[in-house]
Design a protein around this ligand. Sequence first.
Ligand SMILES: Cc1cc2nc3c(=O)[nH]c(=O)nc-3n(C[C@H](O)[C@H](O)[C@H](O)COP(=O)(O)OP(=O)(O)OC[C@H]3O[C@@H](n4cnc5c(N)ncnc54)[C@H](O)[C@@H]3O)c2cc1C
Ligand code: FES
Length: 260
Amino acid sequence: MPTHRILAITGQTDEAPDCRTVRLDGAMDAQPGQFVMVWVPGRDEFPMSVSYIGDNFGVTYRIVGNGTRSLSAMNPGDKIGIRGPYGRGFEITGRRMLAIAGGTGMASIAPLVEKAVESGVEVDLALGAKTAPELIMRGRCEEAGAKVHVSTDDGSAGMKGLATDIAAKVLDGGDFDSVCACGPERMTTGVLDLAQKRGLPLQASLERYMKCGIGVCDSCAIDGKHVCVDGPVFSREVLASLTDLGRTRLSISGRRVPLD
Ligand SMILES: Cc1cc2nc3c(=O)[nH]c(=O)nc-3n(C[C@H](O)[C@H](O)[C@H](O)COP(=O)(O)OP(=O)(O)OC[C@H]3O[C@@H](n4cnc5c(N)ncnc54)[C@H](O)[C@@H]3O)c2cc1C
Ligand code: FES
């Protein structure tokens, strides 16, 4: 049940250069893949995946602009607003899952890995980042019991290549019946291709600019769907039907622009 709350920050930890986790004084009951709207008073409100669910509630963010920069400068005891949880998260299905995460996509994949292992699913994780220091939450997923396969674009850790390259290798070496992914949209289109070619069920999370988070303002629209309520996690069939996927998005002013 979504709620609106003002919560105190209990601490912030560095995950990687320009990436932090903020912990909050309040519990959050959410499904892996669901998000909250984070309001930094006087600055901005933006969507963030729930990276720590339950009593340990937290979100993990890359510092990219004004809102996240202001959040990173806040101290224990400072207060922020939280609305949510919102959206459709990942469903845990099958016996053997390949989870694929690119960069801060791990914020929604790490709680999924933990919950899937707890539910008795055998989980492999393909984790990709540009460079070794940007690989986040690897130890957390290993401790949960997942088999972790790493790639970096520059070869500084694991296989040199993209998350989709390591994912393809792992898929070819095992008998998977479920694939879940969160990362940059170009990774998602690559993962969709991998799943389509192998006829595997896929759930992948999308990012679009969001204002309301509840299906009212249209700013997160993609091919007639609202990422905030119909997603952010979509099935392979829906992803394959989206003509804007990997091509265009709506800008902050609502103009259709090419994907970065
Ligand atoms: C469902 C969902 C879950 C997300 N989860 C995470 C997460 O766990 N960790 C994380 O680091 N990032 C996540 N993001 C992206 C995050 O919301 C943006 O990076 C953040 O809003 C940037 O805010 P800013 O004020 O610092 O940057 P700004 O200066 O406002 O913008 C910097 C960039 O962020 C993008 N952006 C800005 N506002 C939004 C918005 N409201 N919605 C989507 N994109 C935006 C813009 O395209 C811009 O290029 C998620 C996005 C969505 C849609
Ligand atoms: S963010 Fe307003 S409709 Fe999705």
